[in-house]
Design a protein around this ligand. Structure first.
Ligand code: FES
Length: 252
């Protein structure tokens, strides 16, 4: 990771408690891939500039353009109120690019009880490459404004308990599946979906076919503190091995 400074160009409220922030950034940040994020220093009011908080916030890109990165953040995670013109310190990249399996035609994304922000830039890139994308949204994910997603994304609303119409069909035609659920519930949620896919595929799931997305609150963001451990047995950390972890690597 390296530190850069970014200038906040524009801030807009896109949903209740959600902002998109346009950042003018160092050209190197244009290389960020879906899955990689920024670690932003929290806002410090000018009259308190004598102290420097340690914990940073994870900012997830939803679009990357030359010299500009658009991030989407929940205001409860932003660490203060920024204004256009403010300069913010960023460490990047946090995390690895989401591994994609060779040639894929259909990507299935599932967001349950979390806003699908981590899928937006990925969906944009996949659709640009001719991949069909379906997004299953359940619980809190259904609060996400659909106009923030590329219009080509097929949307399916799920019921509680991770059930949605034509579930077997969507799981069968998908060339890859990514699942996103909150840290408090993701172990059970990912295990149940993995078991369902395992049955459909007769106990033979290819590598990287189904990955869980991990977004715990990060402390160091660089693999040093072990606060974001996903599996101690496999030594998997959300900040350096994630956010997408092949569920085949976890022993449910
Ligand atoms: S946040 Fe410190 S090891 Fe991941």
């Amino acid at each position: 990771m390296r530190e850069t400074q970014a200038i906040i160009e524009r801030i807009r409220r896109v949903a209740d408690g959600v902002q998109q922030i346009d950042l003018a950034v160092d050209a190197a940040l244009a290389q960020l891939e879906p899955g990689q994020s920024l670690f932003a220093a929290p806002f410090v009011p000018p009259d308190q500039i004598t102290w420097e908080p340690y914990l940073r916030a994870q900012w997830i890109p939803v679009d990357i353009l030359p010299g500009r990165v658009v991030v989407e953040v929940e205001t409860r995670h932003i660490g203060g109120l920024y204004n256009p013109g403010d300069v913010v310190s960023l460490l990047s990249p946090v995390g690895r690019p989401i591994p994609l399996r060779g040639k894929i035609y259909h990507m299935l994304l599932i967001a349950e009880d979390m806003l699908p922000t981590p899928f937006v830039y990925l969906a944009r890139k996949l659709i640009g490459g001719g991949v069909e994308v379906t997004l299953v949204m359940g619980g809190r994910a259904t609060k996400y404004p659909l106009e923030l997603l590329p219009p080509e994304v097929e949307i399916i609303h799920s019921e509680t308990d991770w059930k949605w119409p034509d579930q077997v069909d969507t799981l069968t035609w998908a060339d890859q599946v990514l699942i996103l659920a909150p840290v408090q519930t993701n172990f059970e949620a990912y295990r149940r979906l993995y078991d369902a896919i395992n049955q459909l595929r007769h106990q033979s799931i290819p590598d990287h076919y189904v990955a869980g997305m991990y977004y715990p609150r990060l402390a160091c963001g660089s693999g040093a503190c072990l606060a974001c451990m996903i599996s101690s047995k496999k030594q998997l950390l959300a900040c350096t091995d994630g956010p997408a972890i092949d569920l085949k690597r976890l022993n449910f």
